[in-house]
Design a protein around this ligand. Structure first.
Ligand code: ADP
Ligand code: MG
Length: 224
């Protein structure tokens, strides 16, 4: 097991009212598992993904990633997990404007390695159909192209667990389909685990395990 979330709860206070967004959710992620979480807008998908990605705190429960209990970790150890173990594919990404496409994609590798091999970065850009833009700067790209570059950047260090929040939301149909193929391919080839939050039934159907999030509760889907 690479991630274990146990009895997680999370609430927000909105205009003096307590909103129980995540209610006693438990989720185990095995190596190589592809999990989809489907739910309507506002059901807590992003909150749940942010919590298991260590980007957001929770009220109660336990979160263990790669055998380490998250609340006990120092900031330094947490950063290491985020950089080396987790990959985030979110709808809104920020590329570094002063770096061109390939330089942006290589940033995660440069943090830990002196000699950076760009072979896999180029393979990812090729797969996402954006290799011809390799020397372009973010300001010279469309929103969808920038998303595809950010996706390559999130995947370049082959994270053991990829968390994707509505990953195809910003892409046209063709590129959304390519992204799903890419997820399946790396899940197959490198045994990377992937969790995809989506409201799209087609995307949700690719999971080994399809979960439904509704009113803060997680259940197995029987509609796919
Ligand atoms: P989803 O990703 O499924 O659309 P979210 O996790 O973004 O759902 O949000 C779930 C609920 O929690 C929504 O009602 C949202 O308004 C509320 N919420 C999310 N983040 C915050 C926050 N930082 N402060 C207050 N309420 C929040
Ligand atoms: Mg969301």
């Amino acid at each position: 097991m690479i991630l274990e979330a146990k009895n997680i709860t999370k609430s927000f206070i909105n205009q003096n009212r307590k909103l129980n967004v995540i209610r006693n959710i438990s989720l185990n992620i095995e190596k190589g598992e592809l999990i989809t979480i489907m739910g309507p807008s506002g059901s807590g998908k992003s909150t749940l993904l942010n919590i298991i990605g260590t980007l957001e705190s929770f009220d109660e429960g336990e979160l263990t990633i790669n055998g380490k209990e998250i609340v006990k970790l120092s900031n330094e150890s947490l950063s290491k997990i985020r950089n080396e173990f987790l990959g985030f594919v979110f709808q809104f990404h920020h590329l570094i404007p002063e770096l061109n496409v390939i330089e942006n994609v290589l940033v995660p590798l440069q943090i830990y390695q002196n000699e950076v091999n760009d072979f896999y970065a180029k393979e990812l850009l090729e797969f996402m159909g954006i290799i011809s833009r390799i020397k372009h700067y973010p300001s010279e790209l469309s929103g969808g192209e920038r998303s595809r570059v950010a996706i390559a950047r999130a995947l370049v260090n082959k994270p053991a667990l990829i968390l994707a929040d509505e990953p195809s939301g910003n892409l046209d149909i063709e590129n959304a389909e390519k992204l799903i193929q890419l997820f399946k391919k790396i899940n197959d080839e490198f045994d990377q685990s992937i969790v995809i939050a989506t409201h799209d039934k087609n995307v949700a159907s690719i999971g080994d395990k399809n979960l439904i999030l509704n009113k803060g509760l997680l259940s197995n889907s029987d509609i796919i």
